[in-house]
Design a protein around this ligand. Structure first.
Ligand SMILES: [Zn+2]
Length: 58
C-alpha cells in the first residue's frame, strides 16, 4: 500500500467544496461595499473586508 496514495473521491469532494466556496466568495464580493487598501509594491489593491483584489485603475 502506498502511503501517499490519495483517494480520488476525497479529491473530488474537495474540488466540489472549493467550487462551492468560490461561488460563495464571489457572491460575498459582489455584494461588498469594498474598502480598498493600496500597497505601494503592488499594481493591485485589496478590499480589507472581503479580500477582493483588483488592478488599481489609473
Ligand atoms: Zn470588499
Amino acid at each position: 500500500m502506498d502511503q501517499h496514495y490519495i483517494n480520488n473521491t476525497e479529491v473530488e469532494a474537495l474540488k466540489q467544496k472549493v467550487q462551492t466556496l468560490t461561488i460563495q466568495l464571489r457572491f460575498i464580493q459582489s455584494h461588498c461595499k469594498h474598502v480598498f487598501i493600496e500597497t505601494s509594491h503592488s499594481p493591485h489593491r485589496k478590499c480589507i473586508k472581503c479580500f477582493y483584489k483588483e488592478l488599481i485603475p489609473n
